[in-house]
Design a protein around this ligand. Structure first.
Ligand code: SF4
Ligand code: SF4
Length: 452
């Protein structure tokens, strides 16, 4: 394969003193990112405020050990279902990485979404990237100082709104805002607000691309997931080289006019013409910038494009290869298993505990009795009372409440199961069944009598 020549792009004004001044660009991929990230950002900010039947639509309520999720109340017992959601999400990420590289990073990752938001605030307050880079050497005073202060204040405001929303997913947001307004916020919520504000401000405002290149674990293991058929943002060196600017072009010049725009718009400050680099987050800003340049100089778009190594070297490059199909199958299986898990979820937890102290007791009427505790906990509000019956060998009698109410707090009920002496021997299987007409649940246990 043709070696891509490595050279420095002269004075792109993007990186001054180690700081990258990202130039904003427009194009179809930037529009696509807006179409993806806009609704995601809005969903993050608004979901926390939605209530259905007086219940938050999404709330991880640690105090009551409940997760309110889209009209369903999950308990800690349902955490494996959330693990299923995470496994399905991870499988989807792997699938995307094998197929299209770091597409998630460039278009939907919160770090990217917030970084672009903060870059827009920076452009709004301090001007375009070229202006910011030029002024970097000037002393910070007068209007420039005021603009810098405005930028940091707006960053802090954005970070605070982010943190308030985030905390609102764990503490009912209306209570949170009301407590905050009355300066009565508890220490836990205050700690979360301060921590998340600081993290958002640091990650999206100051650290930015360093999070993607040095801190993100996903970036590290993605390298091993790529293969020569993975469609990532690539520079077509065969078409672009030898690069030369418009003035020095000759008959053998490639399509790259060496304008440096692809570097100026890159949020991680790399030159995609140097080949595939782990810093590239596949945001496609360089594609849009280069396509605009190609339009201007009258050449075909796509000098930088989503392409695989095989496609660039003009080999056949099927997208659906065994690896990608394998990941697609894992995604579908994990989604199906999670959906099935949700469909099997019971709105009531039932547990039976036998008395531990003695195997059996003999009562005054010479019956052999075993003692049990039944724990019931509802995960949905407003369930009708349950009738309790016992199933098992003939001759067993159940003593204890025959109708029980369930609530969102666990409740315990005492039961005694007896059989006349001599009618049963050894261990027998029994089951406690509860039914309220719409829901029927059962939990098995054992009855122990003397003898074998
Ligand atoms: S934007 Fe396109 S033409 Fe300009 S330097 Fe980059 S690859 Fe070359
Ligand atoms: S090289 Fe292009 S796709 Fe990669 S991070 Fe930079 S601008 Fe985004």
């Amino acid at each position: 394969m043709q070696q891509i020549p490595v050279r420095n792009v002269p004075s792109t004004t993007t990186a001054v003193g180690g700081k990258i001044h990202v130039r904003l660009t427009e194009g179809k991929f930037q529009n696509l990112r807006r179409i993806i990230s806009g609704p995601l950002l809005l969903a993050y900010l608004l979901l926390v405020w939605i209530e259905v039947d007086g219940q938050p639509w999404l709330l991880f309520d640690f105090s009551s050990h409940r997760i309110q999720m889209f009209g369903t109340s999950l308990s800690w017992y349902d955490l494996p279902l959330l693990a299923g959601v995470m496994i399905a999400g991870s499988a989807l990420l792997f699938f995307m990485a094998v197929g299209w590289g770091r597409l998630w990073c460039g278009f939907a990752c919160p770090q990217s979404i917030w970084t672009w938001l903060f870059i827009r605030i920076e452009t709004f307050t301090e001007g375009r990237s070229s202006v910011r880079a030029r002024q970097e050497a000037n002393s910070l005073r007068g209007k420039r100082l005021l603009r810098r202060i405005a930028k940091h204040l707006l960053w802090l405001l954005a970070a605070f709104i982010t943190a308030l929303t985030f905390t609102g997913y764990f503490v009912p947001v209306r209570e949170l805002v009301s407590d905050l307004a009355q300066l009565q916020l508890d220490w836990t919520s205050t700690g979360w607000l301060i921590t998340m504000t600081a993290l958002t401000y640091l990650n999206a405002g100051l650290a930015r691309e360093k999070v993607c290149t040095h801190m993100c674990p996903y970036a590290r293991f993605q390298g091993v997931m790529f293969d020569s058929a993975t469609r990532t943002v690539s520079y077509d060196a065969a078409r672009g080289e030898p690069r030369s600017n418009q003035r020095n072009r000759g008959s053998d010049s490639g399509d790259c006019v060496d304008c440096g725009l692809c570097v100026q718009v890159c949020p991680t400050g790399i030159d995609i013409r140097d080949g595939l680099q782990y810093e590239c987050i596949d945001c496609a800003a360089c594609i849009d910038a280069c396509d605009a340049v190609m339009d201007k100089v009258g050449r075909e778009r796509g000098l930088i494009r989503f392409a695989s190594e095989q496609q660039l070297s003009k080999q056949s490059s099927p997208l659906w290869r065994p690896r990608l199909i394998g990941y697609a199958v894992v995604v579908m299986l994990s989604v199906a298993a999670t959906v099935w898990g949700f469909s099997q979820r019971s709105p009531v937890l039932i547990e039976i505990q036998r008395e531990r102290g003695a195997l059996f007791q003999v009562d005054s009427a010479n019956n052999i009795c075993n003692y049990y505790q039944m724990k019931l906990e509802a995960f949905d509000d407003g369930l009708k009372p349950f009738q309790v019956i016992l199933t098992g060998p003939d001759g067993l009698t159940l003593k204890g409440p025959s109708v029980v109410e369930v609530s969102l707090k666990p409740r315990w009920f005492d039961y005694r199961v007896c059989s006349p002496a001599g009618t049963m021997k050894g261990t027998s299987e029994i089951a406690f069944e509860i039914s309220n007409g719409t829901l029927q649940l059962s939990k098995s246990s054992t009855f122990i009598a003397p003898g074998i």
